[in-house]
Design a protein around this ligand. Sequence first.
Ligand SMILES: Cc1ncc(C[n+]2csc(CCOP(=O)(O)OP(=O)(O)O)c2C)c(N)n1
Ligand SMILES: [Mg+2]
Length: 289
Amino acid sequence: MALVQVRNSFPQGRARQYSLEKPFWWPTTAPVPPSYVYISKEHNVLGGFAFIGEGIPVATGAAFTSKYKREVLGEKDCDEVTVAFFGDGTCNNGQFYECLNMAALWKLPIVFVVENNLWAIGMSHLRSTSDPQIWKKGPAFGMPGVHVDGMDVLKVREVAKEAIGRARRGEGPTLVECETYRFRGHSLADPDELRDPAEKAHYATRDPITALKKYILENNLATEAELKTIEKKIDEVVEESVEFADESPVPSRSQLLENVFADPKGFGIGADGRYRCEDPKFTQGTAHV
Ligand SMILES: Cc1ncc(C[n+]2csc(CCOP(=O)(O)OP(=O)(O)O)c2C)c(N)n1
Ligand SMILES: [Mg+2]
């Protein structure tokens, strides 16, 4: 069972508390939230997905919609581009390759962005993939593959502008590999004991936020005081969102099977015909079907 705390970064959206044994929050404007998800219609955020790689076909479908609007429905001013973000570990998943193929075949307006942080929870990228240079998989499908320093905000911006321009010109998808790193364990459940302290220390010196701040100050684009104000505002938004989520009501157990389209017989409905999740002992011990 997922026990993840997602802090609400869309306070204007609706945050509800979804609790089985421990709290689990999400921010969403969707009527019913999936697992650890950020969805925002207002911001065109199509969501995160519990199973890694699942978002890639969804993104490919969204890009197809844009092409369909432009070429079939005649919406000539439709310049939408879909950007799909996922990790290095996810690139070992079949859906990635199927979608690269389809997107290249149909010249879809999409940018595939791999955040290669060298680890998939505790699995090293170098131990788990045949060719660690993910960007090379782009040309194999007939699209450009770009490798960029993901710790350099402005370089990433340049690469993004080029890929988005290409998609808008009808030239099809781009695969972008951003080399980056994560500064903490994968989640609250990850003690982060597997990564070499020297590796962590090396990447800590390349923190992209610190580097961008230095660039901004050196180029007189903002003052230290202005940056402090932004940081303070962010802290306030996060705090307010956490409070909002904490104070939101716990949904009922019967919501467990909301929007489950498959026949839940054998899983969700007991011999007595009642939803098993209505049994107060449902989450205790080993589940029995
Ligand atoms: C299909 C599937 N298998 C396993 C998991 C468990 N899992 C959650 S995150 C993760 C690692 C993902 O690594 P990566 O793609 O590199 O992304 P990162 O978290 O490093 O950004 C795994 C294996 C999952 N969510 N979905
Ligand atoms: Mg990773």
